[in-house]
Ligand binder design. Structure first.
Ligand code: FMN
Length: 449
């Protein structure tokens, strides 16, 4: 083994699969996005594979044109609370926006999920890229990229103050003396910042893992700086091994510059595995899904992402030469660059590009046998491109079941993945330390009990 150790695996769940046409397959239930039993089944499959965690994306808006694919999005912390009751071990990561929430409400929601699940919660911190979302929250324009990330930083600072506002031993529960909690061990944030003002302590104590695991998923300059300072796991999208390696090195270096242990930032690129008994069977599934795409929907979305009018893109021509540069994009910057590079590097027409994005919206898609998929994951891990992966099954539940039952055993046999859960909390699964309470840590020693 050129690099020892084990992978971390996260199941990124999305209605009946990540492929935009998955719902049109005969096996798929087009109403599954609203069915809690569907998600419980997926969570149990992921837990059967001993995966570290499962993850739900979120935007506070109808994600896409409703014609295109199942568009109901249950609020993730609510859905994960139901999944907490259906599972025992697996970590539960929900996305929530720092641009369209208030710290007290959101910190409380995540603290609740963390306590209800026995310390298995994670928060995928996003700043929310679209104008449509802004318009649902009293705004006429999208706040600038820089502004969104500055707000996010303060939001997380306040959230940590709230999660740490009780000492771990603040609950005394002394029936003899009649004292339940020790007021001296409660630390109201008294936060007065540029964006937020939060006076009082959270109405919940710390959880089994101290506080939820912080996850981040944006790879622009602002996104990387934010991740380097705060994130304990990073979801990212790369088309090539060399891009993934460069990102990995860059983020680990930035984390070290913030005085952090780079090992405490787990980097998880996404992969859409199309698994078949033979390579040609896997390619047939890929081709069948591609045939079911209606490109007119994808064209509108692609134009939006690239910052052009849909009329400027033509299905059977390559991307236009004069596209706005990443600096001019206020939405999802790194995804724009990934897509433009993919189209140009491989000389794809817009129709071909849409086909390539149909499975994972820019995440790597890979069609192969279980051994080939396992080889790919191991190769990226050994090449210093990843600490693990975001597994984005193209079709659910069948694609997740195929991964868990056919790929995971190969990784286990090679010593690359756990055969049993050894910890209880999400932090333990990801080999992250339980953070000390920032209030206790900064109190003068004389005041420490
Ligand atoms: C795996 C993954 C999952 C994401 N999930 C969400 C999400 O649920 N909601 C959201 O608004 N953005 C989501 N994003 C987008 C990022 O938060 C970010 O907006 C986007 O990657 C562009 O970031 P950048 O402008 O820093 O490059 C996700 C990105 C990745 C890589």
């Amino acid at each position: 083994m050129t690099r020892p150790g084990q992978l971390h695996l996260n199941a990124f769940l999305m209605s009946v699969g990540h492929h935009e046409a998955a719902w049109r397959l005969p096996e798929s239930d087009p109403y599954a996005d609203l069915n809690v039993e569907h998600f419980k089944n997926l969570a149990r499959i992921a837990e059967r594979g001993k995966l570290d965690s499962l993850f739900l994306a979120d935007v506070p808006v109808i994600f896409d044109q409703v014609g295109r694919r199942p568009s109901g999005i249950l609020e993730p912390t609510v859905l994960l609370t139901a999944l907490a009751g259906a599972t025992q071990h697996i970590g539960l990561i929900a996305t929530a926006s720092t641009t369209y929430n208030e710290p007290y409400n959101l910190a409380r929601r995540f603290a609740s999920l963390d306590i209800v699940s026995g310390g298995r919660a994670g928060w995928n911190i996003v700043t929310t890229a679209g104008l449509d979302s802004a318009r649902n929250f009293n705004l006429d324009a999208l706040p600038t990229h820089r502004d969104r990330y500055e707000r996010a930083a303060e939001f997380v600072d306040v959230s940590v103050k709230l999660w740490d506002s009780w000492d771990d031993d603040a609950i005394v529960a002394d029936k003899e003396t009649g004292v339940w909690g020790d007021q001296d061990r409660i630390y109201p944030p008294a936060h007065q910042g540029r964006y937020y003002s939060v006076a009082g302590a959270l109405n919940l104590p710390r959880s089994a893992q101290g506080r939820p695991v912080l996850v981040q998923a944006g790879s622009s300059e602002n996104g990387r700086n934010f991740a380097a300072k705060y994130a304990e796991a990073v979801f990212t999208a790369h088309q090539t091994l060399s891009d993934a390696q460069a990102f990995y090195d860059d983020l680990k270096r930035r984390a070290a510059e913030h005085g952090r242990d780079p090992d405490h930032v787990k980097i998880l690129p996404g992969i859409v595995p199309l698994i078949g008994a033979t390579e040609s069977e896997a390619r047939e599934l890929e081709a069948e899904l591609e045939r079911l795409i209606r490109p007119e929907y994808a064209l509108t979305q692609l134009a939006d992402l690239l910052g052009v009018d849909p009329g400027e893109l033509s299905l059977d021509a390559p991307l236009p030469a004069n596209l706005p540069e990443e600096e001019q994009i206020e939405g999802a910057k790194s995804r724009r660059t990934l897509i433009v590079n993919l189209g140009r590097r491989e000389g794809l027409t817009v129709r071909e590009l849409i086909g390539r994005l149909g499975g994972g919206r820019g995440h790597l898609t890979f069609a192969g046998t279980p051994v080939q998929v396992a080889d790919k994951l191991e190769h990226w891990y050994e090449s210093g491109a990843a600490d693990g992966f975001n597994i984005m099954a193209p079709v659910l539940p069948s694609g997740l079941a195929a991964f868990v039952d056919q790929v995971v055993p190969i990784l286990q046999e090679r010593g690359r993945f756990r055969t049993e859960y050894t910890g209880h909390t999400l932090r333990e699964h990801y080999a992250l330390p339980r953070p000390a309470n920032t209030n206790t840590a900064t109190r003068p020693p004389a005041l420490l009990r």
